[in-house]
Design a protein around this ligand. Structure first.
Ligand code: 13P
Ligand code: SF4
Length: 305
């Protein structure tokens, strides 16, 4: 059996041999973020998948992220080290149910969070991530929009736009359950800390935040801030990058439940195995992919705020 160092070296060697780009989301295990070519949020990974010249993408994240990479890089082989790593929020909406909502609310553009299946994206006018959601909605020439599937991101957008918003009632089981009491207790215990929250948290939690941002937004905010202590209102995996970039700063998690199980499925052994076997490969039906790509491309064309 290989030790962790040998595993890392073999993964890097094989990635070069296969002309593979290893991308890891900020919620992945520390050791996977360590060996990745690129770590990023959903938006950064989508942009990179569309631009990379490598033949293979090893997507260390969840299923919808690998689908987006396959859609944006149709000539690439996209590997997801653990194919069963899904996103429970993405599973809360289906293409069929979304079609029913569109029939009830005709003429309103559908803005779909990238945390969704390719089939749902294919039913949408434009995608968004937590990093560009408000800019995407404000870019639309419409007075009303349908926001799918995250009700919390939806309400956050609604608070930052003049457009009338219709929400899908999906949520992230981890961000949505963060209790106010835990945030209050952390604030009381650390009065000198700033509270940073992801827009997947409930509105009551976002009201308590000093800054609201995507994972990459939280990382960027900490880096430029003179403050030394932060309470983190997103998944615990983000601490890896925060600690690496800010060894002089302290980070407090409000509880131990901000832990996304599926994001943690993949191990170094899984990454090595997927490069050895070139599987599991993620592919998307050609027609679904064509339609979903329109929604993703429209998102990528919106200038960042
Ligand atoms: P980011 O796009 O901010 O990385 O968020 C993705 C996600 O799944 C948050 O739970
Ligand atoms: Fe999905 Fe929540 Fe996990 Fe993000 S943290 S991948 S939204 S379940």
């Amino acid at each position: 059996m290989m030790n962790q160092q040998q595993l890392k070296e073999e993964i890097r060697r094989l990635a070069e041999e296969r002309d593979a780009l290893i991308m890891a989301h900020f919620y992945q295990r520390d050791e996977i973020q360590e060996i990745a070519d690129i770590t990023g949020d959903s938006l950064a990974m989508a942009i990179e998948a569309a631009q990379t010249e490598r033949k293979v993408i090893v997507l260390c994240g969840v299923h919808f992220m690998a689908e987006s990479a396959a859609i944006l890089g149709p000539d690439k082989t996209v590997l997801l080290p653990r194919s069963e790593a899904g996103c429970p929020m993405a599973d809360m909406v289906t293409a069929e149910k979304l079609r029913e909502m569109k029939e009830r609310l005709p003429g309103r553009p559908v803005v779909t969070y990238v945390n969704s299946s390719a089939a749902v994206k294919a039913e949408s006018d434009i995608c968004c991530t937590s990093a560009n959601a408000v800019a995407v909605v404000n870019s639309l020439d419409a007075d009303e929009v349908i926001l799918v599937p995250d009700r919390n991101l939806g309400r956050y957008i609604a608070a930052n736009t003049d457009k009338k918003c219709h929400f899908w009632e999906g949520y992230c089981p981890f961000h949505d359950q963060l209790p106010e009491e835990d945030v209050l207790a952390a604030k009381e215990q650390h009065p000198d800390a700033l509270f940073l929250a992801h827009p997947e948290c409930r509105p009551q939690i976002l009201k308590m935040a000093d800054h609201i941002a995507s994972t990459s937004g939280i990382i960027a905010y900490v880096k430029q801030s003179p403050v030394k202590k932060f309470i983190i209102g997103t998944e615990v995996g983000v601490l890896f990058k925060l600690r690496k970039e800010n060894p002089d700063k302290e980070f407090i998690m409000p509880n131990s439940l901000l832990f996304c199980q599926t994001m943690k499925y993949a191990t170094l052994e899984d990454v090595l195995k997927c490069l050895q076997t070139m599987s599991p490969q993620i592919t998307v039906d050609a027609e679904v992919s064509r339609k979903a790509k329109l929604a993703l491309d429209r998102m990528l064309a919106v200038p960042r705020d």
